[in-house]
Design a protein around this ligand. Sequence first.
Ligand SMILES: Nc1nc2c(ncn2[C@@H]2O[C@H](COP(=O)(O)OP(=O)(O)OP(=O)(O)O)[C@@H](O)[C@H]2O)c(=O)[nH]1
Ligand SMILES: [Mg+2]
Length: 358
Amino acid sequence: MLSRSLTAAVWTPSGRGAVATIRVQGDLTELSEGIADVFHAASGRSLAEMPQQRIHFGRWGRDAAEDVVVCVTNSKTCEIHCHGGDAAVSRILSDLESVGCVVTEWYWQLETERGVSEYEHAYALSQATTLRAAAWIAVQVGRMERAIAELTELVASGQREVAAARANEMLAWENFGRHLTRPWEVVLAGRPNVGKSSLINALVGFERSIVFDEPGTTRDVVTANTVLDGWAIRLSDTAGQRGSARDLEAAGITRAREAFAMADVRLLLIDVSQPPHADDWQLLAEWPDAIVIAHKVDLSDIWGEVLPTNAIRVSSLQRTGLKELSSVIVARLVPKLPPEEAVIPLTDRQRCELMTYC
Ligand SMILES: Nc1nc2c(ncn2[C@@H]2O[C@H](COP(=O)(O)OP(=O)(O)OP(=O)(O)O)[C@@H](O)[C@H]2O)c(=O)[nH]1
Ligand SMILES: [Mg+2]
């Protein structure tokens, strides 16, 4: 067994890929001895004898060996490139573990002098799902460490109030920062049959949710990921809301209400081709901050005067009003962009650390 001075981590994204890369860090002489019976270089050399910065072809495994390419990148790091399937990766990791390597996450192998914020920055960057979010995260490198050092100095020199004001300035971008690595939640609700599933399909551009001309079609929360103006959005379609529902439908409605309550933006649909119903008024009164959508405007509008004045007129069938709706959603989610030099907290730990100065 090796002393636990070696770590191994996968550096390629999870899931199936052409090639996967496993990085091992630590004492490579120990590693070389440990894997002598599982790794056989075509050159006959042991890992310890391999010149750095060269690629070495070889076979990995005691029986049913498979092809790998190994590269010793410096005196403490070697990379094993193997088939990108999960099976090949887990087999090599488990061999490494069985000889004493500690399997860890890739960002803990970063060589950094700046501490935890740099790990967090690298991890956050890997979690960005849009280029726009990645660009905002990329420019944050090093900013949080510097900001915290400044806050600490301010407190040490008795300027606690100035420090609190600065920390609050950064915390103002807390929600923006949180959604650089996870999607904004946009939830649709409305009475049964108003066209919620049709609208979600129109917004994502494919048939994600079942559409049917019968109330109560959607029974649970159905989600679909999309991007609006460069921001990652998770749309949720929900069961139609009606006061008279029973059993299974009622359970779906409870789930729908929970999802609606938690949303970053709520879309409340009304079907203008049907007369207003008590449940419509109830929903409008209950969720005054929701974006109201006057749906099915391709049909004759029965609501007329009583339609809320700020309602956005949409027809999912004819695909009209979708652009306007998208820009209203984006304006709600990101009403203002941070200034370029803003320090944006990216993780819960950073948010908590800033709060200690407030
Ligand atoms: N004319 C017209 N019909 C629409 C439009 N959007 C949806 N519909 C029709 O309305 C009916 C109900 O649509 P759904 O999208 O299933 O409605 P829903 O709100 O998801 O219904 P539940 O899941 O039962 O709550 C279907 O027959 C759709 O084809 C629209 O913009 N115009
Ligand atoms: Mg539905």
